[in-house]
Write a protein that binds this ligand. Structure first.
Ligand SMILES: Cc1cc2nc3c(=O)[nH]c(=O)nc-3n(C[C@H](O)[C@H](O)[C@H](O)COP(=O)(O)OP(=O)(O)OC[C@H]3O[C@@H](n4cnc5c(N)ncnc54)[C@H](O)[C@@H]3O)c2cc1C
Ligand code: FES
Length: 368
């Protein structure tokens, strides 16, 4: 016999998990499943979701918030530059968005998320004003092709603007942890010194990583926005490097045009935090949108079907609002829609669509 306090905590977890996974437990707790009951006692002990606990909240600038999140043991890590689905229960609804962790991919412990606060945004506004240490976060899929190649290039150029700094900072911190011997040019654009994220850390990094050259540009203090000439001046040999860019669509468009013109498009890697402006064109107004399940109809104004559903008073599931997470997928039962990312127009039959990136072309019927 042994006393309960002699059992190793890891063994206790194992015993609990095997009891939870047993067929009997699944029968007893049908239809919710055992993890929902475990959740009542310890939110982070759920077995089918990666749950994180907020361990710190900081306010680096007026328009941003930084949260540290300690994940439970289901967290499998990420590659520097990738995004994580981040969800919280707010007013009884699960709000799911994408954020790029800013810490090194080699760091243990808490994940670090730095968020630009959107005054109309549901999740970032909640975190800025109401989230508390100890609150829980549901961490979903980790993904994206925006990450450093496994064999690190000899020269890396990182370009970011505003909150777009998070994935490229993660790359820089990762390279520092790896004692990278190559060259890194880090160009960061922000409005002013008051708006600069991670300014003192980036300054200090120049001493930690001998090959790092920092270029910080304050666009409201006379600093020019991105141009080919500016890049040429700061990084004359950028054509041989691998360049990673994250920021607003104007920066993404300008770098894409330049690299394609130079015939080095494959050396440019980009991450967008929102729908590109050229992709936000509307559909065709006119006709009606019919939300079959809710038995509601609204005049079609050409906006995305997600926006039109929201204006009609419905609250369809959604996450990224830019076609990445598929949370908004639903069945279109009739009518044609335009995919705002590609401009492609669908057929008029029944099919699954992502309503955040679909604008109607006349009357459309949805199974919502
Ligand atoms: C791959 C990826 C990585 C990202 N990484 C980061 C990051 O590291 N840091 C960062 O700051 N951002 C990041 N983002 C961007 C971030 O996910 C979005 O900006 C997200 O929308 C922020 O949520 P929010 O709560 O601020 O705004 P949301 O609530 O999503 O609102 C966005 C807009 O939609 C409108 N809206 C929302 N709900 C409704 C409604 N019910 N009815 C009508 N309109 C509505 C709002 O008015 C607002 O203008 C990333 C995005 C992607 C795709
Ligand atoms: S909300 Fe993410 S794909 Fe539509």
């Amino acid at each position: 016999m042994f006393a309960i306090n002699e059992i190793q905590p890891g063994r206790v977890k194992q015993l609990v998990n095997s009891a939870i996974n047993s067929k009997l437990m699944h029968r007893l707790t049908y239809p919710h499943g055992p993890s929902r009951f475990v959740e009542l006692f310890d939110r982070t002990a759920v077995i089918d979701e990666t749950i994180g606990t907020i361990s710190a909240i900081e306010h680096p600038t007026e328009r941003s918030v930084r949260v540290s999140v300690r994940p439970n043991n289901r967290w499998n890590g990420f590659l520097a530059g990738q995004y994580v689905e981040f969800a919280m229960e707010i007013d009884g609804r699960r709000q799911r968005r994408m954020f790029s962790p800013a810490q090194s991919q080699h760091a243990d412990g808490a994940l670090e998320f730095t968020m630009a606060v959107n005054p109309d945004g549901v999740l970032t506004r909640h975190i800025k004003s109401s989230a508390r240490v100890g609150d829980h976060v549901i961490l979903g899929n980790v993904g994206g092709d925006f990450h450093l190649p496994e064999t690190r290039p000899e020269h890396v150029v990182l370009i970011s603007a505003g909150s777009g700094i998070t994935p490229v900072l993660s790359m820089l911190r990762t390279l520092i942890d790896e004692r990278y011997q190559g060259t890194v040019d880090f160009i960061h654009y922000c409005r002013s010194a008051d708006d600069a994220l991670y300014a003192s850390e980036l300054e200090a990094c120049e001493h930690t990583l001998p090959g790092l050259r920092m270029h910080c540009i304050h666009t409201r203090a006379g600093g020019a926005r991105f141009s080919a000439e500016q890049l040429e001046q700061m990084v004359p040999n950028y054509r041989e490097a691998h360049t990673f860019v994250c920021g607003p669509s104007a920066l993404l468009d300008a770098t894409r045009t330049l690299f394609d013109e130079q015939g080095i498009g494959e050396r440019l890697h980009q991450e967008a935090f929102g729908l590109a402006t050229h992709a936000t064109g509307e559909g065709e107004s006119g006709g009606e949108i019919h939300f079959k399940r809710s038995d509601r109809t609204t005049d079609n104004n050409g906006e995305t079907l997600l926006e039109q559903a929201e204006h009609a008073g419905l609250s369809p599931q959604h996450g990224c609002r830019m076609g990445v997470c598929f949370a908004c997928s639903c069945t279109k039962t009739a009518g044609r829609v335009r995919d705002l990312r590609t401009g492609e127009v669908s057929g008029d039959g029944e099919e699954d669509i992502q309503i955040c990136v679909s604008a109607p072309m006349g009357s459309v019927s949805l199974d919502i």
